[in-house]
Design a protein around this ligand. Structure first.
Ligand code: AN7
Length: 352
């Protein structure tokens, strides 16, 4: 039996209108990968797993929420969906809209969208509009459009996005047998952290799976939830989370607090360093996706978290292939050689 996606699998736990239909690409069921080498490097004595959300059909966690948001919109015969996006939401919305022949309009901030995301949105047939402004500007515009026209908003302000995204928390509990002790994840517009917390609480009520403490991590140049005020000109190498006014900021702060966790910021250097460390365990993620575990590394280094004997899950939200340029910029380019055996031998064996 082929997998049928998160809506079919976890339908009973999703609060959606009866008209919602299944529009799926078999998203979800992503691997929970043990990374013992990384755990050792971070001090050892605990179990560390990566929930690799880059393994979703369009390469990011967004597919979990999008399948439900588009299924709801399609179920009430909406013809057009719209979103603002730093890239991953755009690609996901485009793919699911294509699946049920809806028109997808995606707006992106000017010049700051990773190549693999933009290419995806175009390939899936979305109408891509670049806004001369930030993600936050684009979001404010599409919210107004959706209020004034029969066009469905599929940003995470749409509650059905969160209903679908909760499935990641359910999967982690189903795989581990209970919730982990800590969950570390990047925070941008704050839909994901809000959805995880909803999901863990719900599963705990139904199945007694327990609750994790939640560490949300922003990039230092885009850290409104850490600073306590919006950031007008957010900056970070992790363009996915280059967001200054998180739509679900309040909910994210509540999730962190209720769980006994916190929201912190890490620098771009820490993010890129963790991206390389994860790749050294065979898990290549896009920069934003490394932020959660970069936050864990910092907390452990500063002695602010005691994980001895615990189980920690780092959520890696998007695949490394989404942002190939960052590797070209931050890593040495390949060595070039003439097509000669001797030259190759010399290079491999270290002869001068
Ligand atoms: C890889 O695609 O906001 O805190 O428009 O792409 O739920 O916003 C992406 C966000 C983390 C942050 N990691 O999640 C978008 C967008 C990756 C992301 C986040 C995003 P939220």
């Amino acid at each position: 039996m082929p997998a049928r996606g998160v809506f079919a699998h976890y339908r009973e736990f999703m609060d959606v209108p009866a008209h919602t239909v299944e529009v799926t690409l078999s998203e979800g069921d992503t691997p929970l990968i043990p990374v013992p080498k990384l755990a050792e490097e971070l001090g050892g004595g605990f179990e560390l797993f990566v929930k690799f959300e880059g393994m979703n059909p369009t390469g990011s966690f967004k597919d979990r929420g999008m399948t439900v948001a588009i299924g709801e919109a399609h179920g009430r015969q909406a013809k057009t969906v719209i979103c603002a996006s730093t890239g991953n939401t755009a690609a996901s919305a485009a793919a699911y809209a294509a699946r049920c022949d809806m028109r997808a309009i995606v707006t992106i901030p000017e010049g700051k969208v990773a190549a693999g995301k933009l290419a995806g949105a175009v390939a899936y047939g979305a109408e891509v509009i670049q806004i001369d402004g930030s993600f936050d500007d684009a979001l404010s515009l599409v919210v107004q459009i959706s209020q004034q026209h029969p066009i469905a908003l599929v940003n995470s302000l749409n509650p059905y996005r969160l209903e679908g995204q909760k499935s990641a928390a359910f999967e982690i509990c189903d795989t581990l047998g209970s919730a982990p002790d800590w969950l570390c994840l990047p925070v941008g517009n704050a839909g994901n952290i809000s959805a995880y917390w909803m999901g863990f609480r719900q599963y705990n009520q139904h199945k007694g799976t327990g609750l994790p403490q939640v560490l949300g991590v922003q990039a230092a140049g885009s850290a409104p939830l850490v600073l306590g005020h919006p950031v007008d000109k957010p900056e970070t190498v992790a363009t996915a989370i280059r967001i200054g006014r998180p739509a679900r900021g309040e909910q994210a702060l509540e999730a962190a607090e209720e769980s006994g966790g916190r929201i912190i910021a890490v620098t771009d250097d820490e993010i890129l360093h963790m991206q390389r460390r994860l790749a050294a365990s065979g898990v290549w993620v896009e920069p934003a996706s490394a932020a959660g575990l970069a936050g864990l590394a910092r907390q452990l280094c500063e002695g602010k978290m005691d994980v001895r004997g615990k189980r920690v899950v780092g959520v890696c939200t998007g695949h490394g292939m989404k942002d190939p340029d960052i590797i070209a910029k931050s890593m040495p380019s390949p060595q070039k050689l003439p097509s000669e055996l001797r030259a190759l031998e010399d290079a491999i064996l270290g002869r001068a």
